[in-house]
Design a protein around this ligand. Structure first.
Ligand SMILES: [Zn+2]
Length: 293
């Protein structure tokens, strides 16, 4: 089984390739399900994933020099409605056979300034990059505690996430409040998440590392409205293209679609993706794009 993998590259190109899906199945099991399955993966510490089965063709236009500057909105032509420039944070990647697909995220020099500009209350934090006994790297250099975003939503504490994920959470808050008012007639006051950081070895899928290993992901279990009603992903999300059967389903579907289409996150996995995600949205800022809505 395979799925289409779209890779955002520097210079406005979006390329697609095919890659084995079991690896992605394993990218995000709920944190509570995670086990160190033992057995060191036989992979180098910084994982340069083997080229997809169909290696991406060389870009028709020579990519510019690699840079840590984020893509401009127009750099993602696959996105029907590009997000505002200050919240587009998909790291640019020069795609070739040497591309590093999975590694601690690059530092974005102005990311903290973007957090402030986006109205996010945060504090700098630390999650030192370290090598596990299994030979993979975990941690990230640019990590914050996300305290409050522009949507005035409580996240049940202050999740520790990478700066790009914090920017994505701010985009998520805006989307969630718009869609909650549209479909449910009131706002969301709280989001229940299931974790961000989890240093994972993927013994079954050597070479693939969860973005949770870098706190570059967050799992969302349910949304709580201002009247206390909870909208759980489990049992409410319309799977596999089914028509939403009620307002809660329309809300969840609309949120997931917009999170991906507007590139609030580069990977959006839902119950439609696989059974590992039957009860949560997995959202991350990987270097590749996966539409799992
Ligand atoms: Zn996850």
């Amino acid at each position: 089984m395979s799925f289409r993998l779209a890779v955002a590259v520097l210079g406005g190109l979006v390329m697609t390739g095919t890659i084995a899906v079991p690896a992605l199945d394993a990218l995000c099991a709920p944190d509570t399900d995670v086990r160190d399955s033992g057995g060191p993966p036989a992979t180098p510490p910084v994982v340069a994933v083997a080229a997809p089965e169909a290696p991406p063709a060389k870009p028709e236009v020579a990519p510019a020099e690699p840079t840590v500057e984020p893509s401009e909105p127009e750099a993602a032509p696959a996105a029907p409605e590009p997000a505002p420039a200050d919240l587009v944070v998909i790291p640019p990647t020069e795609v070739n056979e040497e591309t590093v697909w999975m590694a601690p995220p690059e530092v974005i020099p102005n990311c903290e300034a973007r957090l402030e500009a986006a109205g996010i209350d945060f504090t700098p934090s630390r999650l030192p990059v370290h090598k596990t006994r299994g030979g993979i790297y975990c941690g990230a250099e640019q990590v914050v505690r996300y305290r409050k975003g522009p949507g005035e939503i409580s996240w049940g504490g202050s999740p520790k996430v990478t700066c790009p994920v914090a920017l994505g959470m701010a985009r998520l808050e805006a989307i969630v409040q718009e869609e909650a008012e549209r479909h449910l007639g009131r706002k969301v006051r709280r989001i229940q998440h299931m974790g961000t950081y989890n240093c994972r070895e993927m013994a079954n899928y050597p070479g693939w590392v969860s973005e949770h290993s870098y706190a570059n992901a967050i799992d969302i279990k349910h949304f709580e409205l201002t009247n206390g009603k909870k909208i759980p992903v489990l049992g409410s999300y319309p799977k596999n293209g089914a028509e939403p059967k009620n307002a809660s389903a329309r809300f969840l579907k609309a949120v997931a679609r917009r999170l991906y289409d507007e590139r609030a996150f580069s990977v959006v996995l839902t119950p439609s993706f696989d059974s590992n995600h039957r009860n949560h949205f997995h959202l991350d800022m990987a270097r590749y794009l996966v539409d799992g809505t």
